[in-house]
Design a protein around this ligand. Structure first.
Ligand code: GTP
Ligand code: MG
Length: 197
């Protein structure tokens, strides 16, 4: 099985405005980590999610319907330095209200930069998500930016900085390395029979 169809459904600022109920996966990561590129790689599309060089300021959750079966939810990037203090707070409030009592949420994909490694914001977000008891898949992007001979060591370093997490996959949106592996994992987790009635 693979991702065959991906449709942009809507963007919302208020979690109350969510579309029809289906399993969801939330993608989180700081600005410029490659979230939009990752959505495009995962869905085999060039322009489904906007890839920008100017980090976003809009607090929107973007819903993409995949294979008529589940949603990928793209959140705005966190840790954008030029965002005002009050906007930062709004971001946290929005994500928290989305995460709390969301029985459709199957897991969170936390994107970090393979070359940069986990930042302070990444680690704080990771611990916050763990405290909520969420299933987390860590996706390290931009693997192609590190020479092949140094990739193993870099992955080991990232893992140790994050306390050796259960699931960490390093990918590249340029070479598409490991994207099949990620796609399989996402489909497994999102197409599982929904046991909670
Ligand atoms: P915001 O929407 O601003 O939060 O950013 P984003 O996380 O959606 O990042 P986006 O996908 O827009 O990518 C940011 C920049 O990184 C773009 O210039 C991409 O082309 C580049 N980029 C994304 N993924 C990769 C990757 O795997 N390798 C390399 N070399 N560049 C990448
Ligand atoms: Mg983006």
């Amino acid at each position: 099985m693979m991702i065959k169809e991906a449709i942009y459904i809507k963007s919302l600022t208020d979690v109350k405005d969510q579309p029809e109920r289906l399993p969801q996966a939330l993608l989180l990561g700081r600005s410029n980590v490659g979230k939009s590129s990752f959505i495009n790689s995962l869905t085999h599309r060039k322009n489904l999610a906007r890839v920008s060089k100017t980090p976003g300021k809009t607090l929107l959750l973007n819903f993409y319907l995949i294979n008529q079966s589940f949603y990928l939810v793209d959140a705005p990037g966190y840790g954008y330095a030029r965002r005002s203090k009050s906007t930062k707070d709004d971001f946290i409030i929005m994500i928290e209200s989305y995460l709390l009592n969301n029985t459709d949420l199957k897991f969170v994909g936390l994107l970090i930069d393979f070359k940069v490694g986990p930042t302070k914001d990444d680690l704080a977000t990771y611990h916050f998500l763990r405290e909520l008891g969420l299933d987390i898949i860590i996706i390290a992007t931009k693997k192609d930016k590190i020479p092949k001979t140094k990739q193993f060591k870099q992955e080991k370093l990232i893992k140790s900085m994050m306390g050796n997490p259960e699931t960490l996959i390093s990918i590249s949106n340029v070479t598409k390395e490991n994207m099949e592996k990620v796609e399989r994992l996402f489909l497994e987790k999102l197409m599982e029979e929904n046991v909670d009635a």
